[in-house]
Design a protein around this ligand. Structure first.
Ligand SMILES: [Fe+2]
Length: 342
């Protein structure tokens, strides 16, 4: 696959269409680093993390340049930016990566402070699906026994997809944030933007088929529903929200479709995606990648070497999540995926 852009590892910034690249001035970075270098949760409990997140957000607001804060704040509102990369972030060596999806005891909290602080500026709230991982910050690195799964914890390549495609639009992550910790072999995250890359390449006939609520999506194995294969029915792959903005929904693995038309449209769409020119972003140390989950598709090639990033999902509002799962706003933003699917 050809590459649209491999981001340079040097001071650079600018906006190109739906993509924005922001370089944090080193003076700001150093002051921010000093403010969060000793920050840690008062206790490893939900209330301890809530306190930590608040402190992290305050520090990010204090030390990020005002224009950067405005860009992040607009991201969840009227902005036409669908993806941004923040470079030159505070960083310390993270220690050895996990191989069991859990947070290593040796991992410094500084990384979590950077992630929570930055995502907090978007005014979105981090959340998680309980069955996938009860922690708001998830450690994404190849995990033992999951090398060949269709998940972020495997080493095998992942096809084009968005996360949480099996959920209704309002219950999916609005944004995904990947904070780089290790990436020895510079394995890229690949992105295709809906307006700039995907829609212009689709024929009207295929667009019509993909907008029909005729597709069956499997619930991902990472949601851990046990041995039972759960599927959702009658979903469109492309749809417009109430403002007429297009969104895309595509799981990371396909299942057999109910009709020949759906099967053929899905196969044609997959084939078309593989021929498009993707943006390559190497998520590594000092870099954060944030993108709108249903305005982009993402994928990655095989993972070689050590690769580790901390991920969080965030949404503009969690009201529906709380109603669907009978969770109060004082409880952790960790929601039962089964209840969200009902
Ligand atoms: Fe993903």
């Amino acid at each position: 696959m050809s590459s649209k852009a491999i981001l340079p590892r040097r001071p650079h910034e600018g906006t190109c269409g739906s993509f924005s690249h922001i370089w944090i001035p080193t003076a700001n970075r150093n002051a921010w680093f000093s403010a969060i270098s000793d920050l840690a949760p008062t206790e490893i409990t939900p209330s301890g993390w809530q306190w930590f997140q608040l402190k992290a957000c305050t520090a990010a607001a204090d030390f990020l340049p005002q224009e950067v804060r405005l860009t992040l704040r607009e991201f969840s509102r009227t902005s036409s930016i669908d993806t941004f990369v923040l470079d030159n972030l505070p960083f310390v060596e993270p220690g050895p990566p996990p191989d069991d999806r859990t947070r290593p005891a040796t991992k410094p909290f500084l990384h979590d402070a950077v992630l929570a602080g930055t995502v907090g500026q978007t005014l979105c709230e981090s959340f998680t699906y309980k069955q996938e991982d009860p922690n708001l910050h998830q450690e994404v690195a190849p995990a033992l026994g999951q090398e060949n799964t269709a998940s972020n914890f495997s080493r095998r390549s992942l096809p084009w997809h968005n996360d949480g495609a099996c959920f209704e639009f309002e219950l999916q992550p609005y944004l995904l944030a990947f904070l780089g910790l290790l990436n020895d072999e510079d394995v890229p995250t690949l992105l295709l933007n809906l307006d700039e890359d995907i829609l212009p390449a689709i024929s009207f006939r295929l667009l019509s088929e993909l907008m029909r609520p005729q597709f069956i999506f499997p619930v991902p194995a990472s949601l851990n529903f046990g041995s039972c294969e759960v599927r959702v029915h009658d979903r469109p792959i492309l749809f417009q929200d109430r403002h007429g903005v297009f969104h895309v929904n595509l799981p990371s693995r396909d299942c057999e479709q109910a009709t020949l038309e759906a099967q053929e449209a899905l196969s044609e769409f997959r084939e078309l995606l593989c021929g498009l020119t993707a943006r390559h972003v190497v998520v590594g140390p000092r870099r954060l990648l944030v993108f709108k989950n249903t305005r982009n598709l993402h994928s990655r090639p095989n993972v070689t070497g050590k690769r580790w990033f901390t991920r969080t999902y965030a949404a503009k509002s969690l009201d529906l999540h709380r109603v669907a799962t009978s969770t109060s706003s004082s409880e952790p933003n960790s929601f039962d995926a089964r209840l969200l699917l009902m």
